[in-house]
Design a protein around this ligand. Structure first.
Ligand code: SF4
Length: 335
């Protein structure tokens, strides 16, 4: 008997796999990666999933679902959660992909670490049923942590999995899982994460702004949302300003051929990337915002170098640092 488990690397999915392994069932783990993950990447999978798979002694398969995920984020059939997180559609996609992988590898059922009532959007009973149904996996998902409070799955009914050895955890408390981890001597696991980047209000505001202004959602634009302060300088252009040396370097690596790069001349200051179709006024505004975050903030005039695309030579703009009103009028943040 073989099963495929969704493994985020968090405690719940790790425990779920351990419970099934202890029944003598072979398990392969599947880790989903997307540009919205907050985990630390390790080769193709996230490092927490890689560590958990190693501890459990199971094979780990990593799958990147970013392109399909971008389509979902733009217009989720089942709507968003509190921010821009389309959890139901996202779980349907994951389960569908997991089902495909399960069939390819000769598996008989799926395992998840879901706990009834733990997450407000995707771990309610009705939501779980809907996800299973739309992903075409009804009856095939074993949820070892909450099985006792859920309808028996096919593997439980057929006796492939001993239902008596599954648990009946429900609700938001983490205590039962922490006690279980201790009993299994599982000590190395990450703190519970609140979800992917789309659940973060700041990131969600930038994502919303992008969807509103860019009909074609590109991965390069989404990656840019993970760095810096964002300013919508016109309906067709935005400026992204680094907040520290690390972000300045990251912005330089995320720069696309058509972007403008800005830096203040002769004074410490940020790197700014200007993306989109820009007028001269837009460039002056982006330069003024760049100057505002430089050491020249109190000077009447600051010179800002502007590199256009891959040009080696920069042009220069002389601007007064932006005032607070123009910063706040253009800053992309939660309304
Ligand atoms: S928090 Fe993000 S990754 Fe997790 S289910 Fe929701 S949308 Fe998907």
């Amino acid at each position: 008997m073989r099963a495929l488990a969704l493994l985020s690397g968090g405690l719940d999915s790790t425990l779920a796999i351990k419970i099934i392994l202890d029944q003598g069932i072979e398990v392969e783990a599947l880790n989903f990666k997307s540009v919205f993950c907050t985990c630390t990447p390790k080769t193709r999978s996230c490092s927490a999933a890689a560590t958990a798979a190693q501890q459990l002694g199971v094979k780990l398969y990593a799958l990147s679902s970013t392109s399909e995920f971008l389509e979902i984020v733009k217009k989720p059939k089942h709507g968003y959660g509190r921010n821009m997180n389309p959890c139901l559609d996202c779980r349907i996609l994951m389960f569908r992909k997991a089902h495909e992988r399960m069939k390819e590898t000769g598996g008989s059922f799926l395992i998840t670490g879901e706990v009834l009532g733990q997450r407000p959007m995707s771990q309610r009973l009705n939501a779980m049923r809907l996800i299973d149904e739309e992903a075409g996996v009804t009856g095939l998902v074993v949820r070892p942590l909450s099985a006792g409070v859920l309808e028996p799955s096919i593997p439980e009914l057929k006796g492939w999995v001993d239902r008596n050895k599954l648990l009946s955890i429900e609700g938001r408390s983490r205590k039962p899982q922490i006690e279980l981890a201790e009993s299994f001597s599982i000590n190395d696991y990450p703190c519970p994460a609140g979800g992917c980047r789309l659940t973060d209000p700041g990131f969600a505001a930038r994502m919303k702004d992008l969807i509103e202004h860019e009909p074609e959602l590109l991965l390069s634009d989404v990656k840019l949302l993970t760095v810096g302060r964002h300013f919508r300088i016109s309906p067709t252009a935005k400026a992204v300003v680094g907040r520290n040396e690390e972000e300045n370097e990251k912005l330089s690596t995320l720069r696309q051929d058509k972007d403008r790069r800005m830096e203040v001349v002769g004074l410490p200051g940020p790197t700014t990337i200007v993306r989109g179709q820009v007028s001269n006024e837009d460039l002056l505004l982006a330069a003024a915002i760049t100057a505002r975050y430089s050491k020249g903030v109190d000077l009447p005039q600051v010179t800002v170098a502007v590199w256009n695309g891959n040009a080696a030579e920069a042009s220069e703009l002389c601007v007064a640092p932006a005032d607070t009103a123009s910063l706040e009028a253009t800053r992309v943040c939660r309304k």
